[in-house]
Design a protein around this ligand. Structure first.
Ligand code: PLP
Length: 379
C-alpha cells in the first residue's frame, strides 16, 4: 500500500458486526467475559480498547513498524519509554529539543538516577558522549525550535556499533516526510497532538517500534501507570490521520513560500528552513526526507520580547499560541513559551535567543499569510 492509501485504510476494516465503514467509538470501561478469562481480547479499557487498537495498528503501519502504543500525550509516551531504563543508565540527547522533554529528563528522571548528556546536532558528538552505561540516543530532526537536521543514519550506525538504541521523535517531519525506522531508528515517538491529529483539538502521543520485548515493557508501564488516550480522542486522531498526506503537502508548499518571503525581508535577520537552498541542511534534507515540513523559524533584526510583541499584536490571521502542526497558522516565542523550561544558559548554547520566532505554517492561502506577516513586520 502506498502512503496516501495507508492513511485512509491502515488498521481499519469495516466493523464486523454492523459494516460501519468508520471504526466505532467504543465508550466502555469493561468487557463481558463468558467464563473467567474467556473474552474477545479486551478486559478493561486501561489495558486495551478497540478504538485505541485501531489507532495503534494504523500508526504502526504509517511508520513501517510492527507494533505501536497510543498514549494520552507525547510526554506520557516519552515517560513510558524512559521508564524502561534503570538507575545508572545513561542517555545522550541532542540539546536542541522540545523544552518539555528536557524538563522530563532533568526534573523527573534525573532525580531517579538516570544520567543525561546533551550534545549538538553532529553525529560525531554522539559518538564522543558514549559511556559504558549509555542505553539510548534521543534525537529530534528537524529539531525544535531551530529546525536543524541530524543525520539519522549516521547516528543510528554509531548506536548500532555500540549496542545503543535510537529513539527518534518524528513529530515535526511526520511519516509523510521522514521514515526513521528505514534510517535505522529503533523506536519512533510522536506527539500526535501536532500534525498527526492535525486540528489542534486533542492531546495525544504514540510509540512505534519493532522489538517485541521492549514493546511488552512499555505496554506493561502503560497499563501500570494508565496514561492512555480515551476512545473519543483515539477516534479523533484516526479522523485527523485520513488527511495527513494532503495536509503535509500543503503545509510544505506554504512553508516554502513563507521562508522565501522572510529570507528577503529587510527586518528579518535569519531564516531557518531546510527547504531553502541556502540552508546548511538542504542537502541532508533532500537525502533523508521526502519533504521539508511546515515549520519555519526566524530571527528579527535587533529583536527582543518587545519588538516580538509589537509584531504578534498586529497579526490578524496567524495566532500567537503554544503548539504546532494544526491546519491553522500558529506563531510562538520559544524563549518564554515552548522552551521556557530550559535554563537561559542552556538556551544560549542551543541558540534560543530573544529574537527567535517559531512559525507553524498552516494550510490557509499562502498569499493571505504573507500579507499578514508583511503588515505586521513593517508596522
Ligand atoms: C509537543 C511536543 C512534545 C510533547 O507532546 P505533548 O503531546 O504536548 O505531550 C514532544 N516532542 C515534540 C517535538 C513536540 O513538539
Amino acid at each position: 500500500m502506498k502512503f496516501k492509501t495507508k492513511v485512509i485504510h491502515a488498521g481499519q476494516e469495516p466493523d464486523k458486526s454492523t459494516g460501519s465503514v468508520i471504526p466505532p467509538v467504543y465508550l466502555t470501561s469493561t468487557y463481558r467475559q463468558e467464563e473467567i478469562g474467556k473474552h474477545k481480547g479486551f478486559e478493561y479499557s486501561r489495558t486495551g480498547n478497540p478504538t485505541r487498537k485501531v489507532l495503534e495498528d494504523c500508526l504502526a503501519e504509517l511508520e513501517n513498524g510492527s507494533l505501536a502504543l497510543a498514549f494520552a500525550s507525547g510526554m506520557a509516551a516519552e515517560h513510558a519509554v524512559l521508564s524502561t531504563l534503570r538507575p545508572g543508565d545513561h542517555v545522550v540527547a541532542c540539546g536542541d529539543m522540545y523544552g518539555g522533554t528536557y524538563r522530563l529528563f532533568e526534573e523527573v528522571f534525573k532525580p531517579f538516577g538516570l544520567e543525561f548528556t546533551y550534545v549538538g546536532w553532529e553525529a560525531a558528538e554522539f559518538k564522543q558522549a558514549v559511556k559504558e552505561n549509555t542505553q539510548l540516543f534521543w534525537i529530534e530532526s528537524p529539531t525544535n525550535p531551530l529546525i536543524r537536521l541530524i543525520d539519522i543514519r549516521e547516528v543510528a550506525d554509531i548506536a548500532q556499533n555500540n549496542g545503543i538504541r535510537v529513539v527518534m521523535d518524528n513529530t515535526f517531519a511526520t511519516p509523510v516526510f521522514q521514515q526513521p525506522m528505514e534510517l535505522g531508528a529503533d523506536l519512533v515517538i510522536h506527539s500526535t497532538t501536532k500534525y498527526i491529529g492535525g486540528h489542534s483539538d486533542l492531546i495525544g502521543g504514540a510509540v512505534i517500534l519493532n522489538d517485541r520485548n521492549w514493546y511488552e515493557k512499555i505496554k506493561h508501564i502503560q497499563n501500570a501507570v494508565g496514561a492512555i488516550p480515551g476512545p473519543f480522542d483515539s477516534w479523533l486522531m484516526l479522523r485527523g490521520i485520513k488527511t495527513l498526506a494532503i495536509r503535509m503537502k500543503q503545509h510544505e508548499e506554504n512553508a516554502i513560500k513563507i521562508a522565501t518571503f522572510l529570507k528577503d525581508h529587510p527586518v528579518v535577520a535569519e531564516v531557518y528552513f531546510p527547504g531553502l537552498e541556502s540552508s546548511p541542511y538542504y542537502e541532508l534534507a533532500c537525502r533523508q526526507m521526502a519533504g521539508f515540513g511546515g515549520m519555519v523559524s526566524f530571527k528579527l533584526k535587533n529583536g527582543n520580547s518587545e519588538t516580538a510583541n509589537r509584531f504578534f499584536r498586529k497579526l490578524k490571521i496567524i495566532a500567537l499560541a503554544e503548539s504546532l502542526g494544526g491546519v491553522e497558522s500558529l506563531i510562538n516565542y520559544p524563549a518564554v513559551m515552548t522552551h521556557g523550561s530550559i535554563p537561559e544558559k542552556q538556551r544560549a548554547v542551543i541558540g534560543i535567543t530573544n529574537d527567535l520566532i517559531r512559525f507553524s505554517v498552516g494550510i490557509e492561502d499562502a498569499g493571505d499569510l504573507i500579507e499578514d506577516l508583511s503588515t505586521a513586520l513593517i508596522g
